[in-house]
Design a protein around this ligand. Sequence first.
Ligand code: TMP
Length: 233
Amino acid sequence: MSPVQPPAAPRGRFITVEGGDGAGKSTQTRRLVDRLQAAGVGAIATREPGGSTGGEAIRGLLVSGAPDRWDGVTEALLMSAARRDHWIKTIQPALARGVWVVSDRFADSTMAYQGYGQGIGRGPVEDLARLVLGQARPDLTLILDVPTATGLARAGERGGANGSADDDRFERMGQGFHDRLRDGFLDIARREPDRCALIDASQPVDTVAEAIWETVAHRLGVRDPDTAARTAG
Ligand code: TMP
């Protein structure tokens, strides 16, 4: 007779935060993880490109240098290589331990930036996602939308992708590129309404954080300790 196995921990949920440069994703990712933890949910924040030792090394190649350093296909391949390492070394193990993962960018960024922005098309980006992730997809994707000019102005004030002037390769790609990728994100939200929620990120930071929390609470069934106490009382 085989020994009785302890019940497996329930799998964590996987949330991705997407949008153009300067949409406020990093701030909102941190705030969401803090709020999940306050609600008693074990959660970690991570990011792409990056999120694992290998992913962060590849990130350095992608975010610095001249805008034409890589063409769209090379970029999509490097993003996918970084994602594969992030997926197997960081995300999958956390989800298997029952920890929730909130990622600042994921596969929809490759669709928007390389598929629509660089014009390599949906088909090749979908093929790469299948290779990297199999059938796995995020449980919920929050798409933070701001007008292109607003996002670029905010990103310009902040500095490059890491707050450093050397990390602004994508921000220097011009308004036409950023308009295409914004349309790409809006198209992704329209095509997959069950997975994606569109958030108006031109509102104040606290208002955006509240809209995100309501969406997460409603779609994934999390309750604030405050709300839970009020309902019980
Ligand atoms: P970050 O500024 O959000 O840290 O991301 C760095 C840049 O990488 C950002 O300008 C968007 C870009 N990017 C892509 O072009 N494709 C991708 O798949 C990902 C994850 C990011």
